[in-house]
Design a protein around this ligand. Structure first.
Ligand code: ATP
Ligand code: MG
Length: 246
């Protein structure tokens, strides 16, 4: 099973006192089923916000998200929870593992909500930990694992209910090259199984796996050309800050 995502006129406005932040400023987007989409953009451009809305983890100020043609019901928390459980596997920018649980328990956790039997939960979680190369770390808690290992546990947890859609927010951020490449390969394999994968990444190497690349600037989707132009200005600013001439 795979999922086609359509985003229509999506807006997310955060109000904090007098300050208004247009985190997403009217985004229209189609992410085809069985695709590997990479979302790029500078810090604060709205990447995580977009991923959260598509994943039903937050509600838009305006606009719609449709999955296989059906609108996500943001008005009903139970429907929203069901959508997350059935459709979405989320890998967070910070790994968000439960610190008091072992690796095996962390991976098993979402299956408990899905009503899977204890024996099945254990079997599936063990097999996923094997797949990510952590069979010998099943009893370790997050603080007893390296960053790359924690990220692999988070990956196994996101896949445990076999969701048609995987959303990953900077899954290779803060990882060394080898761990980063392993995560990219695993995401690509998931795509090859026919799933829909959406990854927020600053990592240019992620593009080699992409079927689609989306660029965000100030809460809006822009073309690659507009993005490159803006990036070269940013680079110029950085250099000037270090006292160089433009
Ligand atoms: N809960 C919130 N309350 C208020 N403002 C927020 C909130 N979450 C995000 N923002 C603001 O919305 C904008 C977009 O944030 P977002 O987290 O989507 O950026 P991002 O592209 O993921 O950045 P990064 O690459 O640093 O993770 C930012 O200006 C941010 O300060
Ligand atoms: Mg972010």
């Amino acid at each position: 099973m795979s999922a086609e995502i359509e985003v229509r006129s999506l807006e997310k406005i955060f109000k904090m006192g007098d300050q208004v932040v247009r985190a997403l400023d009217g985004v229209d987007l189609i992410i085809p089923a069985h695709s590997f989409t990479v979302i790029m953009g500078p810090s604060g451009s709205g990447k995580s916000t977009l991923l959260y809305l598509v994943g039903g983890l937050d509600k838009p100020t305006k606009g719609e998200v449709l999955v296989n043609g059906k609108p996500v019901d943001f008005t009903n928390d139970i429907n929203l929870a069901l959508y997350r459980r059935k459709t979405v596997g989320f890998i967070f920018q910070s790994f968000n593992l439960v610190s008091t649980m072992t690796a095996l328990e962390n991976v098993s956790f979402p299956m408990w909500f899905a009503g899977t039997s204890r024996a099945k939960r254990r079997q599936r979680a063990t097999s996923l930990l094997e797949q990510v190369g952590l069979a010998n770390r099943a009893k370790h808690k997050p603080t007893e694992l390296s960053g790359g290992q924690q990220q692999r546990v988070a990956f196994a947890r996101a896949m445990v209910n076999d969701p048609p859609l995987i959303l990953a927010d900077e899954p290779t951020g803060n990882l060394d090259t080898t761990s980063g490449q392993r995560i990219m390969r695993m995401l690509h394999e998931y795509y090859q199984q026919g799933k829909t994968v959406v990854v927020v990444s600053h990592d240019e190497r992620m593009k080699q796996f992409a079927t689609h690349v989306i660029y965000l600037l100030d809460g809006k989707i822009v073309t690659e050309q507009e993005f490159q132009n803006a990036s070269s200005f940013a680079l110029l600013d950085d250099e000037m800050e270090e006292g160089e001439q433009p």
